[in-house]
Design a protein around this ligand. Structure first.
Ligand code: MG
Length: 378
C-alpha cells in the first residue's frame, strides 16, 4: 500500500460578507442533443448562484443533471440544497469563507456551486485568479469532444470526423454493453491513429469479464468507469488484466472513496470533476493524492455553461492533469453561452486568468435564458 498523502492546505483570501444569494435557473438549448444511458438531453438547464455582499460578488454553477443517474443528486434536489442548506449559512453578519463550508455528502454538486461562488467572491478583491490560487501553471488546456450514444456507428464516425476537423484533440465515446467495440472501431477507422480516443461506459458492464477484450486493441487513451462505482474487485481485475487505463469517474466521489479504490488497485487513472467531489478544493486535494501516487488525472466536464467551465478549466490547468479530458469550446454545446464564449485555439482552450473565475455572465444572455429566480437574504 502506498503512503498516505498529507492533506493539502490552500491559503485562501480573507472571508467576505454576503448579504444575499441569488439562485438563477438557466436553460440553454444544446447544439447537439446528448444521449447517455441516463437519457437524452435537448437542453442543458443549470443553476447559477450569485452571491452578493457590500464589497464583492461571486458566481458559481451547479452542474447537476436533470435526473439521478450519473450522480445521486439531481438538479431540483441540488437547487433545494443550495436554497435551504447552504445559502442561509452565507447571509448575515458573519464573514464567510469557502474552506469553512460544512461537508454535505448528499449534496456535493450543491456544495460545489456555493463553494465556487464564494471562491470567486473572496478572490475578486485580491485580483488573483482561481488558477493562481490553485498554483496551476498551464495557461491553456487541450480540448476534447464527447460523443453520445445516439445514432449508429456510421453516424458516430461522421460526428467524430467533424469534431476532429473542428480541432478537437481527443474524442470520448459513450459506450454500453452491445454498443461498444463496433462503434469505437468505426471511429478509430475514420479518424486514424493520431487522434486520442477514449470510451466511457458509465458503469454499465455487469462484470470485468463482460468488458470486450478487443477494446485493448484500439489504443484507447482510457476506459472510463467500466463497472459500477462500488465494484472495486471488478475494477481491480480489469486494471490488472487489461492494458487500457481504467479511469475512475463515478467511483471517485471524494478523496476518501478515490483513495480506497486506489489502495485496492481498482483503477489507474482518475477523472477530475469538482462538481462530483463537492468543490474545487476537494478536487485540488484529490489531484495532490493522485499526483503523489503517479496516477494521471483527466479533466472532466458535465456540459457546464461558461461559469462552470471557467472553474473546470482552472482545475484542468493543474500539473497532474496530464491526459486530455472532456472540456470543449462553448459552441460545441450552445449557440450562446452565458459568459463570453470559450473558443478553440489550435485544439486548446484558454484558462481564464482574470480575478476570481475570470468570467461574469452577460446580462442580456441571462435575461434571454433564465427560467426562474429566487433570492435568499439574511
Ligand atoms: Mg464519465
Amino acid at each position: 500500500m502506498n503512503a498516505r498523502t498529507a492533506p493539502t492546505v490552500i491559503e485562501l483570501p480573507a472571508p467576505v460578507a454576503i448579504d444575499r444569494v441569488e439562485l438563477i435557473r438557466v436553460r440553454l438549448p444544446l447544439v447537439i442533443p446528448f444521449e447517455t444511458i441516463h437519457g437524452i438531453l435537448e437542453n442543458r438547464e443549470v443553476l447559477l448562484v450569485h452571491v452578493v455582499g457590500p464589497h464583492t460578488e461571486g458566481w458559481g454553477e451547479c452542474s447537476a443533471l436533470p435526473t439521478i443517474g450519473y450522480a445521486r443528486e439531481d438538479l431540483d434536489g441540488a437547487h433545494r440544497a443550495v436554497r435551504d442548506v447552504f445559502a442561509p449559512l452565507l447571509v448575515g453578519d458573519t464573514d464567510v469563507a469557502a474552506d469553512r463550508l460544512p461537508d454535505e455528502p448528499r449534496h456535493p454538486m450543491a456544495r460545489a456551486a456555493i463553494e465556487m461562488a464564494l471562491l470567486d467572491a473572496q478572490l475578486r478583491p485580491t485580483g488573483f485568479s482561481l488558477r493562481t490560487l490553485l498554483g496551476a501553471d498551464a495557461e491553456t488546456a487541450p480540448a476534447g469532444a464527447t460523443l453520445g450514444l445516439g445514432g449508429g456507428s456510421a453516424a458516430l464516425a461522421d460526428q467524430a470526423e467533424q469534431a476532429v476537423a473542428d480541432g478537437y484533440l481527443r474524442l470520448k465515446c459513450k459506450i454500453e454493453p452491445g454498443r461498444d467495440a463496433d462503434r469505437l472501431e468505426a471511429v478509430r477507422e475514420r479518424v486514424g491513429s493520431d487522434v486520442e480516443l477514449a470510451a466511457d461506459a458509465n458503469g454499465t458492464y455487469a462484470s470485468a469479464n463482460a468488458v470486450p477484450r478487443v477494446l485493448d486493441e484500439l489504443s484507447l487513451q482510457c476506459l472510463e468507469q467500466p463497472l459500477a462505482a462500488d465494484d472495486l474487485p471488478g475494477l481491480a481485475k480489469l486494471t490488472r488484466e487489461r492494458s487500457t487505463l481504467v479511469a475512475l469517474d463515478e467511483t471517485a466521489t471524494s478523496v476518501a472513496t478515490a483513495e480506497a479504490a486506489l489502495d485496492a488497485d481498482s483503477g489507474n487513472a482518475v477523472v477530475l470533476k469538482a462538481a462530483r467531489l463537492g468543490g474545487v478544493l476537494e478536487a485540488y486535494r484529490l489531484h495532490d493524492l493522485c499526483r503523489g501516487r503517479g496516477i494521471p488525472l483527466i479533466p472532466g466536464g458535465l456540459l457546464e455553461s461558461g461559469v462552470g467551465r471557467a472553474a473546470a478549466l482552472a482545475v484542468a490547468a493543474l500539473p497532474g492533469c496530464t491526459l486530455t479530458g472532456d472540456l470543449a469550446a462553448s459552441d460545441r454545446y450552445f449557440a450562446e453561452d452565458v459568459t463570453e464564449p470559450f473558443v478553440l485555439d489550435d485544439g486548446h482552450l484558454r484558462v481564464p486568468d482574470g480575478p476570481g473565475l475570470g468570467v461574469t455572465p452577460r446580462a442580456d444572455v441571462l435575461a434571454a435564458h433564465t427560467v426562474a429566480t429566487e433570492t435568499v437574504r439574511a
